[in-house]
Design a protein around this ligand. Structure first.
Ligand code: XUL
Ligand code: CO
Length: 430
């Protein structure tokens, strides 16, 4: 029996000429692309928070959405789970993601929070078994409650660190119980508003030790998923410690965790950091820490983290190109950490947002695969670096190189980077 998405049919692949809104035009889960099913390449996940917990507020006004599950009882939480699984059944995407605070109402203290989390994850686990929908990742919301206003792991008050540590333990337990493929840490308020009241060096130490504890505990209980940090440069704090992929990598090296923790890269966060999405993915892959993605864009004019569903195929194609070059996802996937616009009130808005996003990503991934299979970019890249194939310069030192420059009369002649040709070539695929 439908509880919320009345009369909305299960979405099926109908091809580019489909006439209904409620159809996939490009996302054909069983289509083979580079030897792998499209569903297994993309590994789509619905985010519980934006889809079911977010009330439609903005800085100038509050709730616009009226959902029957809005409320703070466990009955509301169960109804919310029922609605979520109804959407999953309509979309047929393989995964979902959650924060503890999305799926259970806030309790009076840590013990009540944990009891509620246990209860609702039992309920969700039964639904997962019945439907086959899996958990891409779980995480703890360590940023919404006022106790975290000055940070969680980086808080000046050790009691907040303790509460956050215990909360993360409970969320790793819940993620393991539900068979989660990854566990994510986004440092929402792990940063500062002003250096005038902040001991930056101490806070960084606290964050490093916190992450070590997370890794130690996850390994101790046999959680075999990947632990992921999600970089973001600012918002909500003025300056966040996990600024971008490069910063997170330096942080991981500093605390001996570079072999243990990978990154969950969000398109909007990359752009807030002044990078492109594909830059962040390529860098993570080069450093051996690429894990997963949050596929949600910002508005290019507003400069805020607007968390919109993807709608730009060429942009998405460049991201998947780097992912495919890195060998594709292993435990990671494509999570839509995206919310509706606050005027999009209806159940069908939530369905169509995901349908469109999945089609855009499918087109992007197929274009990326076609680029790789064509091979022209790789040929051009190999030719550009060809001189290095027979060179032993990197084993030498400045003196021996200087001697060679003098002896051989080395006098390099610049060569075209051929960017416009390559951009024209790209446009044949996207
Ligand atoms: C916030 C954000 C979070 C994380 C999970 O910008 O991206 O939703 O993905 O906490
Ligand atoms: Co995110």
């Amino acid at each position: 029996m439908s509880i919320y998405f009345h009369d909305i049919p299960k979405i099926a692949y109908q091809g580019p000429n489909a006439t209904s809104d409620f159809a996939y035009r490009h996302y054909d889960p069983d289509r083979m692309v580079m030897g792998r099913r499209l569903e297994d390449h993309l590994r789509f996940a619905v985010a519980w928070w934006h889809g079911f917990a977010w009330p439609g507020g903005d800085p100038f006004g509050g709730q616009t959405f009226e959902r029957p599950w809005f409320g703070d009882t466990m009955d509301h939480a169960r109804l919310k789970a029922d609605a979520a699984f109804e959407l999953f059944g309509i979309l047929g995407q393989p995964f979902f993601c959650f924060h503890d605070a999305d799926i259970r109402p806030e309790g009076a203290d840590f013990a009540e929070n944990t009891a509620r989390l246990d209860e609702i994850t039992d309920y969700i686990g039964t639904k997962m078994e019945a439907t086959g929908t899996r958990l891409l990742w779980g995480t703890a919301n360590l940023f919404s409650h006022r106790r975290y206003m000055a940070g969680a792991a980086t808080n000046p008050d050790p009691d907040v660190f303790a509460f956050a540590a215990a909360t993360v333990k409970s969320c790793i337990d819940a993620t393991k119980k539900l068979g989660g493929a990854n566990y994510v840490l986004w440092g929402g308020r792990e940063g500062y508003e002003t250096l005038l009241n902040t001991d930056l060096k101490r806070e960084r130490q606290q964050a490093g030790r916190f992450l070590q504890m997370v890794v130690e505990y996850a390994r101790k209980i046999g959680f075999d998923g990947t632990i992921l940090i999600e970089p973001k440069p600012q918002e909500p704090t003025k300056h966040q410690y996990d600024y971008d992929v490069a910063t997170v990598y330096g942080f991981l090296k500093d605390f001996g965790l570079e072999g243990e923790v990978k990154v969950n890269i969000e398109q909007g966060h990359a752009i807030l950091a002044g990078h492109s999405f594909e830059h962040e993915i390529a860098l993570a892959a080069a450093l051996g820490v690429f894990g997963s993605i949050d596929m949600n864009r910002n508005d290019y004019q507003s400069g805020w983290d607007t968390d919109q569903f993807p709608n730009n195929v060429p942009e998405v194609a460049l991201a998947y190109l780097e992912i495919l070059k890195a060998g594709g996802f292993t435990t990671g996937g494509t999570n839509f950490d995206a919310k509706l616009r606050r005027q999009s009130l209806d159940p069908e808005d939530l369905v169509l947002a995901h349908v469109g996003a999945m089609d855009v990503c499918a087109r992007g991934l197929m274009a990326a695969a076609a680029i790789l299979e064509d091979g022209a970019f790789e040929t051009a890249r190999v030719a550009r670096y060809a001189g290095w194939q027979s060179s032993n310069l990197l084993e030498q030192d400045l003196e021996s190189i200087t001697a060679r420059v003098l002896a051989d009369g080395i006098n390099p002649q610049p060569r075209s980077g051929r960017q416009e040709r390559l951009e024209n070539l790209l446009n044949r695929f996207v």
